[in-house]
Design a protein around this ligand. Structure first.
Ligand code: ATP
Ligand code: MG
Length: 300
């Protein structure tokens, strides 16, 4: 089976071939093994559910899963799939849309900081502050920002890369894991999925003409994604570039990445102190006495 560590980018440098692949075929995965992959994904999701309970009870580490992708790469489906397996009380899903006026009047990390989970919880960021170096860079939106001129210079995005690396390091050092996943879809497969959305009335709502405008910049996005990932992939806060042309393979990869992250965290149910154990024993005695009393009453 595909080892997701092969999709992991941990430090700046060139992408390896596997990091750029979009399909099962380029990843060396036999499509006939689909059922096996789906079975493994289900097992992973069950494992995740168990580990999530421990993470919550332990409350020592928080997890931020960042999902980035071009339109129609399967982000929403992936969120639904993973979330379906988890206890909703321990998960926050946050979508980063076009910033509001209020958000634009703050620094770009402001809305991300407000969306951070408490330790013990998992937050899934459906898009993230990475949009501030992706869409903003592709369309040069920084030129429209109300900011001091000294801030908008040729190093604008280089500085943001550094700030993001620093921010993620800060989170890591404050007991958070930041796992970044890029769902890498091919331009060809994106076209097929857009056509499906146009042709199937039940999927029309998923399509917007703006998606086509963004598609015209597909190559620019690919280049910018590469730069961003190269600049912000670090050992403790890595990027995973997941082939997204087949949804079953992408979901397998996401489930593996999350299980591996949880294994690294290795959460445990908290160990009770002797005093707490004695307290529990006392409660047990009280409850048993209580039910004896009930029985006596019922007899009468
Ligand atoms: P879907 O289309 O599947 O519902 P989506 O994530 O594409 O999900 P949309 O509402 O279509 O959601 O798109 C959100 C848009 O907001 C994207 O085009 C994204 O690039 C844009 N966006 C997000 N953050 C920023 C930002 N900081 N500055 C500018 N645009 C942003
Ligand atoms: Mg969209």
């Amino acid at each position: 089976m595909l080892n997701v560590e092969r999709l992991c980018v941990k430090k700046d440098g060139e992408f390896e071939v596997l990091h750029e692949c979009t399909s099962a075929k380029n990843a060396g995965v036999n499509k006939q093994e689909r059922a096996l992959y789906e079975q493994r994904t289900q097992q992973n999701l069950q494992k995740l559910a168990m580990m999530q309970e421990k993470l919550y009870a332990d409350g020592k580490e928080g997890v931020v899963v960042i999902l980035q992708a071009m339109d129609a790469a399967g982000k929403d489906g992936a969120v639904k799939h993973v979330i379906g397996a988890l206890n909703p009380q321990g998960v926050d899903v946050v979508s980063f849309k076009q910033p509001t006026k209020e958000e634009l009047a703050h620094d770009y990390l402001w809305r991300a900081v407000r969306a951070l989970p408490t330790r013990g919880k998992i937050a899934i960021f459906n898009r993230s502050y990475y949009e501030d170096v992706l869409v903003v860079q592709v369309h040069h939106l920084e030129k429209t920002y109300r900011m001091a001129e000294r801030c908008i210079d040729d190093d604008f995005f280089e500085k943001r890369y550094r700030q993001i690396v620093d921010f993620e390091r800060y989170l890591y050092e404050n007991s958070y894991r930041v796992v970044k996943i890029f769902l890498n879809v091919s331009k060809e497969r994106q076209k097929e999925r857009f056509l499906e959305r146009i042709d199937d009335p039940a999927k029309n709502w998923k399509f917007s003409q703006a998606d086509l405008k963004e598609r015209a910049h597909f190559e620019s996005y690919q280049k910018v994604y590469r730069d961003v990932i190269d600049a912000t992939a670090k050992r403790d806060t890595p990027w995973y570039v997941v082939p997204a042309d087949q949804k079953w393979l992408a979901r397998y990869c996401i489930s593996e990445i999350l299980v591996n992250t949880m294994n690294e965290i290795n959460p445990e149910f908290p160990e009770l102190s002797d005093e707490e154990k004695a307290g529990l024993a006392q409660c047990r005695t009280l409850l048993t006495a209580d039910s004896q009393e009930e029985k006596e009453k019922n007899k009468k």
